[in-house]
Design a protein around this ligand. Structure first.
Ligand code: TRP
Length: 363
């Protein structure tokens, strides 16, 4: 990071944000924001991208725009330090996508592993909406329009960033140095890359009903933690327990800090001691779950309180978003001016062109 760094990330507003998003990216964003070592930082709600596979469900996207905005504010993203905006409100992104479409082949898009997996997951088979198929291009435009240097994202977004980089490189090669090649900033902690669901399944997802949401009440969180998937072989307390695939321990790896032992569980000095006892046998799931619940509550309580405050003034949240969109649009408009000039489609602000053409046609 440096004073030249431009950080940009986005989320599709298809649901409320959960603790997987929190450890995987939100927490890092707040740290980056507070470190302040950047020129600009943008966080945006990718509603247009969410519509690419929710085109018949605009109400869902609309509801989740405000949910995600509240989650952003609740975790401590601060519109006085960064720009928070909504993708669809920046028409320059459509314009840039349109030009980018000429720089990508159909076969290159078909080879994008993220798109491949997602097409499979959605059961689109042969009825893939063109907008969904081409969303890597639109995502490249999101990144390039703000001249982002640094895109904090999960492993799953790697192919997206590679494709964005290729597009930018090709643009600069054809039209001259105009845009900035981005790089991905992966999560530091491996466990944080993909938090499993409370049922132990590989991914937290709304459709599986295995999420702990940031906006959830303390009682709901506790109930979910207490019914979490652990180790099916750990039937009696004295049985040896297994850590692999044990969601409670994966969450502890992601959330537990040294000070939590003094605060909540002075019987142990660190997580390794807990793990060792669990594997040896004699440590019950309930005790470990109670510890995890205490940790999660400590982390989530301030987030819940901040959210409740922001919920009291929803018009102010929309106003914050409106201002963010305005700020973002100014930046994107500047880039698009440069893009149009590079592509030689800036007919009316190019005095040289007009003079040249006058000469050519003079008799
Ligand atoms: N595809 C991202 C996701 O599903 C969201 C996204 C859209 C994004 N545009 C972006 C992320 C640009 C980083 C940069 O989470």
């Amino acid at each position: 990071m440096s004073k030249e760094t431009v950080i940009l990330t986005g989320d599709r507003p298809t649901g409320r944000l959960h603790i997987g998003h929190y450890v995987g990216s939100l927490k890092r964003r707040v740290e980056l924001q507070d470190a302040g070592d950047f020129k600009k930082m943008f966080v945006f709600i990718a509603d247009a991208q969410a519509l690419t596979d929710n085109i018949d469900n605009p109400e869902k996207v609309r509801q989740n725009v405000i949910e995600v905005a509240l989650d952003y504010l609740a975790v401590g993203l601060d519109p006085s330090k960064i720009t928070i905006f909504i993708q669809s409100q920046i028409p320059e992104l459509c314009e840039l996508s349109f030009y980018f479409m000429d720089l990508v082949t159909v076969s290159r898009l078909q080879r994008n592993p993220t798109v491949k997996t997602e097409i499979g997951m959605r059961g689109f088979e042969s009825s893939i909406p063109v907008g969904f198929f081409t969303y890597p291009i639109s995502q490249a435009a999101d990144i390039a329009a703000f001249r982002a240097t640094t895109v904090p994202a999960g492993e799953d977004q790697k192919p997206m960033l590679e494709q964005a980089t290729e597009i930018v490189r090709r643009f600069n090669y054809i039209y001259g140095d105009t845009l900035v090649e981005p790089s991905i900033l992966l999560p530091q902690n491996q466990v944080c890359c993909r938090l499993p669901g409370t049922d132990g399944k590989a991914k937290m997802s709304k459709s599986l009903g295995n999420c702990i949401y940031l906006a959830e009440t303390a009682q709901e969180v506790k109930k979910k933690v207490m019914s979490m998937y652990t180790d099916p072989l750990h039937v009696h307390v004295e049985d040896p327990g297994h850590l692999e695939g044990n969601a409670v321990f994966t969450y502890l790896d992601a959330f537990c800090q040294p000070q939590h032992f003094g605060e909540f569980w002075p019987d142990y000095a660190n997580l390794d001691e807990v793990k060792e006892h669990y594997q040896r046998g004699g440590l019950g799931d309930m005790k470990v779950k109670k510890f995890l619940n205490n940790i999660l509550q400590a982390e989530l309580e301030p987030i819940r309180q901040r959210r409740a405050e922001f919920e009291k003034d929803i018009p102010a949240v929309y106003e914050m978003l409106r201002k963010g969109c305005e700020e973002a649009r100014e930046v994107a408009a500047q880039t698009l001016d440069d893009v149009r000039r590079a592509m030689k489609i800036n007919y009316f602000d190019d005095a040289e062109l007009i003079a040249e053409q006058s000469k050519r046609f003079a008799r």
